[in-house]
Design a binder for this molecule. Sequence first.
Ligand code: GGG
Length: 360
Amino acid sequence: MTSKSLKIAVIPGDGIGIEVMPYGVRCLQAAAKRFNLSLAFEHFEFASCDYYAKHGAMMPDTWKKTLSGFDAIYFGAVGMPDQVPDDVSLWGSLLKFRREFDQYINLRPCRLMPGVRSPLAGRKPGDIDFWIVRENTEGEYSSVGGTMFEGTERETVIQETIMTRVGVDRVLRYAFDLAASRPRKKLTSATKSNGISITMPYWDARVREMHKKYPDVAVEKYHIDILTAHFVQRPDSFDVVVGSNLFGDILSDLGPACTGTIGIAPSANINPTGDFPSLFEPVHGSAPDIFGKGIANPVGMIWAGQMMLHHFGFTEAAASMLKAIENVLERGDLDVTTADIGGRGNTQTFGEAVEKEILT
Ligand code: GGG
């Protein structure tokens, strides 16, 4: 997709999403200025717990019609558990976007960046560099189930996992295509087919079937428990990792943690057909524990904006944004960077340093 202009819905959401979003937008504006792109931003206050407090719902009934008119959604974070139960805020916003806009791919890079120290001994920038492809519209994140005998000794809760052939095949196809496009051509599938005896063997069978179409891609599968151990012990061995909604969610917090901080990790919720807007957000959540202090790392938000530009074919601007992030990280000025990577700076110093770097 290569149009010269983009219409972007900006939804800061909750917590540190509100604090990092301005720097994401400023960095995108800087890239637009430098590369002569036309980016139009419109801000929305819905999909937040503050909106819920005022209106009794996370979003207005008209949200889908409103957002359908945009090319992309730039999203901060959601969740303030002291105000609104987490399941209500998540299902009332982010999960609605992913499902209703059929953003069935959740793409998350896991890369050890220059200037960032991995908690794992002996790793240097470039050693860890892989993609996590998370199924994003079904799986364990289902609202199918119910409660029986509530409030009695026989209280029973049931929740189903949903796997459809269409849903599983389309995320596997995307992951195989991505693996086939990379030099190592290696795909790792997360499973738990020894314990979860219906849906996970089905997932494994679809991986085997899809593999027949990609004979050049080497495939390995690991149960999720040992796979988490491999993430910590040999993250350098991965190239593309594909997982169900829950497994992909867990792995994509663990992966960035192995590369130093979850604060820099971005994520793209992609509707590959282009029928609906795709959504770009940092991997991190609203972090109520640090909200209000102005110390959140803005790089996950900024890098998510970079993924947006790349997705829409603005490759030169996207490459320059990524380089700017790398340069600021590599410089490692402790008065600029945030505490999660050892610095004494704050959201503003870090965000403005990346913005300035994009413009130079
Ligand atoms: N920026 C991402 C965010 O707000 N995450 C909150 C969260 O709990 N997300 C769960 C998910 O990605 O499924």
